[in-house]
Ligand binder design. Structure first.
Ligand SMILES: N[C@@H](CCC(=O)N[C@@H](CS)C(=O)NCC(=O)O)C(=O)O
Length: 290
């Protein structure tokens, strides 16, 4: 499907453009995403860093509030911000809760009858989005991924599920839902979207996936201990740290930082955002085998 431009704004010497298209993965629904191209893109394809947002968010949240554009412009890398779910699927009940349905796609492919036609954000982000970007000056073979909360879960699981294919050079997350099969948000999402329920959800659980990961992962995670969702045990980063250690990964492969006082908000994300962009840019610009 061709991309249709919705809006464009100059920013930090580059351009932030919103596109819309019709998505096959999302069952023929229209979806929108934002793309930031740095000035370097005028000279040739640039590496790309995807950002997956959290519950209740859209393609605009990270672009407007994350504070990532200045650093991406300085590093000469593109940013891509997809939406968090299909919109307008018309599934009964999808707009009832803020943590399930619209705005809460969980970056999985649904297998439950009600949702399987539209709720396939995994395929949209991993497969369809890179092919849609092929008409832009972006080198999608040189890609990394980051995200927040539900999007942090998305970034870690998309990365770990495709580690062998080297789809993404690195992954990072702000306050990710790190062990969704053991957290109320994940139990609700997997119980609803997946025919096999929470058991099937293990395929989309970062803590389960890191136990079986092979190779040399490059993961950075920041979490604030003042985060209400951390305190409510929705995020469970300790389980991920423990699983990574047991699997034999070092802190240079899986680095998880806990910070006093910081909460779940974009004030927290924009504080640590520059370090995440730098982390990915260093890898994207140096990795020879991508
Ligand atoms: N609506 C929820 C909060 C939802 C929420 O905090 N969403 C996070 C992602 S999990 C977010 O980034 N929201 C958008 C924002 O802070 O701008 C509530 O009432 O507790």
């Amino acid at each position: 499907m061709p991309l249709e431009q919705v809006s464009q704004n100059a920013s930090f010497g580059g351009q932030l453009t919103k596109y819309k298209t019709t998505s096959q993965s999302l069952g023929g629904l229209e979806t929108q995403f934002n793309v930031f191209l740095p000035a370097e893109a005028a000279k040739g394809p640039v590496p790309v860093l995807y950002y997956l947002a959290g519950l209740t968010c859209t393609e605009d949240t990270g672009a407007q509030k994350g504070g990532f554009l200045r650093d991406a412009a300085a590093e000469g890398i593109a940013l891509v911000f997809p939406d968090t779910s299909p919109r307008g699927a018309g599934v009964e009940g999808e707009d009832k809760d803020w943590d399930f349905g619209t705005g809460a796609g969980f970056y999985i492919n649904s297998t439950a009858d009600k949702y399987s036609k539209h709720y396939n954000m995994y395929d949209f982000v991993v497969r369809e989005l890179p092919s849609l970007l092929s008409e832009l000056p972006i080198n999608t073979a040189r890609a990394s991924i980051m995200g927040h909360s539900m999007g942090g879960h998305g970034a870690l699981t998309l990365y770990l599920r495709t580690l062998g294919d080297k789809k993404y050079a690195s992954a990072s997350a702000f306050a990710p839902i790190s062990n969704p099969v053991k957290a109320p948000w994940g139990e609700k999402a997997f119980g609803g979207y997946l025919a096999g329920g929470v058991e099937e959800g293990k395929e989309y659980d970062a803590t389960e996936l890191i136990k079986k990961a092979k190779g040399d992962p490059k993961i950075l995670i920041d979490v604030g201990t003042g985060d209400q969702f951390y305190q409510q045990k929705q995020l469970l980063p300790e389980n991920f740290i423990e699983a990574a250690k047991t699997a034999g990964f070092s802190e240079s492969q899986v680095q998880v930082n806990l910070h006093d006082k910081y909460d779940h908000s974009y004030w927290f994300i924009s504080t640590f955002g520059p370090a995440h962009v730098k982390f990915h840019a260093n890898i994207l610009k140096s990795e020879p085998k991508l």
